[in-house]
Design a protein around this ligand. Structure first.
Ligand code: IMP
Length: 182
């Protein structure tokens, strides 16, 4: 049943998968989805979290997989929420983040994509700088309504080309280059 897929994206977040699939389709890689809530370690390093998740996903499914770990790093909050972005989104959410900020609104999104199969474990990083909007603008998942990428006046939730510029796109572009030549 899974024969036509080149590899699988393991995550509990279908939004991430749809974006990753759209991006990898453009590089000619056919990405399947294994929906799964993977255990996560607590760490200050997205890389360490991603490696743990990838090993865990491979041992669970025994197929070539990629996983993704992301963080939103806000300058004025010394990089918070960073590796805690998922927990902070679930607790205080976008409104809570907006309440913490004043003039300096610079932020960046970071994505780590980690590939794992029987013999290889390899990570790829994508970063996108921008700022946090003053109010929520547009409707989409996660922090999309409050993140304005550099060179844009609109949030991720309002722009049409998110998948051509995002942190996810940048990490997956590096991954694709490597994957297609390995
Ligand atoms: P994690 O990698 O699942 O731990 O995600 C970290 C947090 O960042 C989650 O709360 C996601 O909703 C959020 N996040 C990651 N990437 C994006 C994005 O592209 N748009 C909006 N929120 C994102």
């Amino acid at each position: 049943m899974h024969k036509s897929f080149d590899l699988f994206f393991v995550s509990s977040n279908a939004n991430k998968y749809h974006e990753a699939k759209n991006i990898l389709d453009s590089f000619g890689i056919n990405l399947g989805f294994l929906k799964s809530d993977l255990d996560e370690i607590q760490s200050n390093s997205l890389h360490d979290i991603a490696i743990f998740k990838a090993k865990n996903a491979f041992s669970k499914f025994k197929k070539p997989i990629i996983i993704e770990d992301d963080g939103l790093f806000i300058d004025n909050l010394h990089g918070f929420p960073g590796p805690y972005s998922s927990y902070v989104f679930k607790t205080i959410g976008n409104k809570g983040i907006l309440n913490l900020l004043n003039n300096n609104r610079k932020a960046k999104f970071v994505s780590i994509i980690t590939y794992c199969d029987k013999t290889i474990l390899e990570s790829f990083e994508g970063k996108l700088c921008g700022k946090i909007s003053k109010t929520e603008q547009g409707k989409n998942w996660g922090y999309d309504p409050i993140f304005i990428p550099n060179n844009s006046k609109k949030t991720f939730a309002e722009i049409k080309n998110k998948n051509e510029i995002s942190h996810r796109y940048k990490a997956l572009k590096k991954f694709s280059k490597w994957y297609l030549h390995k």
